[in-house]
Design a protein around this ligand. Structure first.
Ligand code: AMP
Length: 213
């Protein structure tokens, strides 16, 4: 049972890379952002609050997000392993994850590094599926997974993007330091074509696994 955590700022390509890695290994991609967008559409009062935070580029509170992950990890399809995309995003979440996975193999953590200028540029142009939240790649007319309609994310407007990058630097960047000293931590250069990043992630994961054998 293997758990891969993909770290990286908004726009680093976590969603796309998590999706392709998970598909190639036959394990689920667990994205807290996707789950939050789905429940927000369902429309309960607490969920609308979460939606407002997301649309403004802020983080949703730790308890809500940790609850989502706890529930999702208990599902049968997560028993063989999974890829976490967008979680953890705070130190509190990182510590909670360690407790949740206490009896499993050590986490493999891959940090996707991308310079700020590249991120802002990428975030302005990206599209996601309105049905299942899967990110689209350049030139796609419909979702590659479910055929759904593609549209920009509401939190990809310029001001919100700046806010999300700020939140990342303040709240999520410290997680990289939390994990960096672990023997199962790797970083990859995310400022290259998607296929090259995917190859580097696969190599990073393989090096961790081989390193432990
Ligand atoms: P993402 O799709 O991963 O970029 O997430 C979109 C938005 O959902 C974020 O900007 C946050 O508002 C919220 N969100 C997703 N994951 C988390 C998390 N682990 N902790 C707090 N908020 C989250």
């Amino acid at each position: 049972m293997r758990v891969l955590v993909l770290l990286g700022p908004p726009g680093a390509g976590k969603g796309t890379q998590a999706e392709s890695f998970a598909r190639s290994r036959g394990i689920p991609r667990i994205s807290t952002g996707d789950v939050l967008r789905q429940v927000a559409r369902a429309g309960a009062e607490a969920d609308r609050k979460a939606r407002a935070l997301m649309d403004a580029g802020h983080l949703v509170d730790d308890d809500t997000v940790i609850g989502i992950v706890r529930e999702r990890l208990a599902a049968a399809d997560a028993a063989r392993g999974f890829v976490l995309d967008g979680f953890p995003r705070t130190l509190v979440q990182a510590e909670a994850l360690d407790l949740l996975l206490d009896d499993r193999e050590p986490l493999v953590i891959v940090d996707i590094e991308v310079p700020d200028e590249t991120l802002a540029q990428r975030l302005r142009g990206r599209l996601v599926c309105q049905g299942c939240g899967t990110p689209a790649t350049v030139g796609m007319q419909a979702c590659g997974k479910c055929g759904g309609t593609l549209a920009p994310r509401t939190d990809d407007e310029f001001a919100v993007v700046q806010q999300r990058l700020k939140v990342y630097a303040a709240q999520s960047r410290p997680i990289v330091e939390y994990y960096r000293r672990r023997p199962t931590f790797r970083s990859v250069d995310g400022d290259q074509p998607q296929e090259a990043v995917a190859a580097d992630i696969a190599a990073a994961v393989a090096s961790v696994v081989w390193g432990r054998q």
